[in-house]
Write a protein that binds this ligand. Structure first.
Ligand code: GP9
Ligand code: MN
Length: 634
């Protein structure tokens, strides 16, 4: 081919591209405008962190949206694009206002539970900003243009051509999105389903994709749960609950809490092995060790969290229901009715409050605390954030300010406090203390020991203050860890620290305990209780002490009866004598750690516990507490 021929070809290609763009100028303008808006929203919600590869999923989501415009004929196409722009602009402004209040993004569940949302509707004025007009200015500029465009546009593209364009643009968008979602699922496997940190997720996949994933999760759950349960299944669940919630012959500790305040402290990543343990010749948790001696201390208390992590610990402790099969109950089941600790205490004229020094929307707390009937939620907005470590307000400031708030609470009250500073990856706390971890300096476990040592000091001060202020005289305190601190990836560091020669599943389970301290006025009932217990058991135990009705609880009263059942969400369990590990389908003798063969009895037990998890899933999926309590009222 001659040079002139090549030039000619090049010109032809350029001409074709130009024609293509010109013929689709409405779509091109739409894409550019929406891209600018979405990127500016990302900047508005990112506090320092902005994953720059977010441009790909954002572009992909715009292509997916724009692809649908090809399905419209003639001037209807520009109307579709214009309406899509209006809807998107409203969505972005609403999300921005929600963000300014809750530091979070709206979800279908949150909108559906709008009545549960505190603050935002009543403070629209304070969260709206003139800057937001920026998101709608194009609508006014484009309106006359669309009119002109509609008049001039008479080239009607044939259906097959439009369909091909639709499929190509859609496929490109879906392809890019698939890569972006794969990247998220590799980095944080449960983020797309559990949605623990929605702002982080939005910073990775963009606003449109976030709403698509959220709607997908919501719809798929609704479809899954739309089928009514057969009558026999409902009966079986009811019978199980009746059996499980029967009061035992014993009457230990019955009603001893009546009229007293209840203070529950859930401590971030407080794992059992640090209690009464030393590093470099010093106690790791000297304050908790001191309080362990003054409390009823459960040293075989297991955490049972699943995809909802911290929120699962809260969920179990306050409802005695198993965590969701996948994702987080705090997100998926936020529209359900609960027979929670707060609601039962409220029925006894208690004032109930939840306190946590992170943004209100994290783990959907702003919605879930309302659903669990807390009178008030004191989140980041309710504190003076004068010292920030890691994710939010430092434990020191949080506990000091919480104490001040509690002093003004109407008595009797239930205060549910959730600490934050000792959070993975445990690095932020380093400059706030001088705990010398010796040979562990600079290691993952060393950082954890420093972090938990810091939190121990703050807890010690808080508990001492409760005593000094005379609050302890009239309160029962429950303090426990939410979940593990050392993940499986770093288990070898833990085993080495503990001089464990084996690293089998039995050894792993041995360390999946969190401390539970129950403190009574006058340090009464202090001592160690070795019974096998778990987070599901806290509410039934407190229910007995505060004379609360027990109807829908799956856990057991730790102070009455002899059950030592601990069922984990993945089907593993402990029955007081054996440990069953579901992922290897193997049994261990709980005392010796020796492997045990499956017997008929053990198999029966396994089936029974699997059934129990299924009952809890059905109860959540079908909002059965609501159904059962309505039937009861009739
Ligand atoms: C956030 C805090 C941490 O507010 O509760 O949650 P986690 O990451 O531990 O599940
Ligand atoms: Mn946690």
């Amino acid at each position: 081919m001659t040079i002139a021929g090549v030039k000619n070809n090049k010109n032809k290609v350029l001409g074709k591209i130009f024609n293509l763009l010109f013929n689709n100028i409405d779509i091109v303008i739409f894409c550019i405008i929406v891209y600018i808006k979405l990127m500016s929203y990302e900047k508005d919600i990112s506090t320092g962190y902005l994953d720059h590869s977010v441009i790909f999923p954002i572009a992909a989501s715009i292509l997916i949206l724009a692809s649908f415009s090809f399905l419209f004929k003639g001037k209807n196409r520009i109307s579709f694009l214009y309406i899509a722009d209006i809807v998107l602009s409203i969505m972005l402004i609403a999300d921005l206002m929600y963000y300014r209040y809750f530091k979070d993004i709206t979800t279908v569940a949150a909108i559906r539970n709008a009545k549960l949302l505190q603050g935002v509707s009543s403070s629209v004025g304070s969260v709206a900003s003139v800057k937001d007009l920026y998101y709608v200015v194009d609508l006014f500029v484009l309106l006359p243009l669309t009119r002109i465009y509609k008049k001039r546009r008479n080239n009607v593209i044939s259906l097959p051509k439009r369909l091909v364009s639709f499929i190509i643009v859609l496929a490109v968008g879906v392809g890019i999105n698939a890569c972006a979602f794969y990247r998220v699922s590799k980095e944080q496997p449960t983020l797309l389903t559990a949605m623990s940190n929605r702002i982080y997720l939005t910073n990775m996949i963009g606003n449109i994709n976030f709403h698509l994933v959220d709607s997908y999760n919501y719809i798929s759950n609704s479809i899954k749960n739309s089928k009514e349960l057969p009558e026999e299944r409902l009966k079986a669940i009811k019978t199980f609950l009746q059996e499980n919630n029967k009061t035992t012959e014993e009457n230990n500790f019955k009603g001893i809490g009546e009229g007293k305040n209840l203070i529950v402290i859930q401590v971030e990543a407080l794992q059992g092995f640090v209690i009464n343990q030393k590093v470099n010749g010093q106690e790791i948790t000297p304050n908790l060790n001191r309080w362990v001696n003054k409390s009823m201390y459960f040293d075989n208390y297991f955490y049972q969290v699943a995809g909802g992590n911290t929120s699962d610990a809260e969920f179990m402790s306050n409802n005695s229901l198993y965590p969701a099969q996948s994702g987080a109950a705090y997100y998926t089941y936020s529209g359900n009715k609960y027979d929670s600790l707060a609601s039962s205490l409220k029925d006894k004229n208690y004032y109930t409050a939840a306190l946590h020094g992170n943004s209100e929307g994290f783990w959907n707390r702003n919605v879930m605390y309302k659903a669990q009937s807390f009178d008030d939620f004191f989140g980041e907005h309710s504190f003076n954030v004068d010292e920030k470590i890691g994710l939010g307000l430092s434990d020191k400031s949080f506990l000091n300010q919480s104490l001040e708030k509690m002093k003004s609470f109407k008595q009797p009250y239930y205060s549910f406090l959730v600490t934050l500073t000792s959070h993975f990856p445990y690095e932020a706390v380093d400059k706030y203390g001088d705990f010398n971890v010796g040979e562990y300096e600079g290691t993952f476990i060393g950082n954890y020991l420093k972090a938990i040592h810091y939190t121990d000091e703050q807890l010690g001060q808080f508990l001492d203050n409760l005593e000094k202020e005379g609050i302890m005289q009239n309160s029962i305190i429950a303090l426990y860890g939410d979940h593990f601190a050392i993940p499986k990836d770093n288990a070898q560091q833990l085993f080495k620290f503990e001089n464990e020669s084996s690293s089998d599943d039995y050894t792993w389970f041995k360390y999946q305990k969190v401390p539970l301290l129950l403190h009574f006025p006058g340090d009464e009932y202090a001592g160690v209780n070795h019974k096998y217990t778990c987070q599901m058991d806290l509410y039934p135990t407190l229910a007995n002490m505060y004379n609360l009705p027990r109807q829908y609880m799956f856990g057991k009263d730790m102070l009455n009866g002899d059950s030592q059942k601990v069922i984990f969400r993945n089907g593993s369990f402990i029955d007081g004598e054996n440990l069953y590990v579901s992922w290897s389908n193997s049994y261990y003798d709980l005392k010796s750690g020796a492997k045990v063969k499956e017997t008929e009895e053990l198999k029966k037990e396994k089936d029974e516990y699997t059934k129990e998890l299924g009952y809890s899933d059905d109860l959540l999926n079908h909002n059965l507490i609501n159904e059962f309590s309505q039937k009861e009222q009739k």
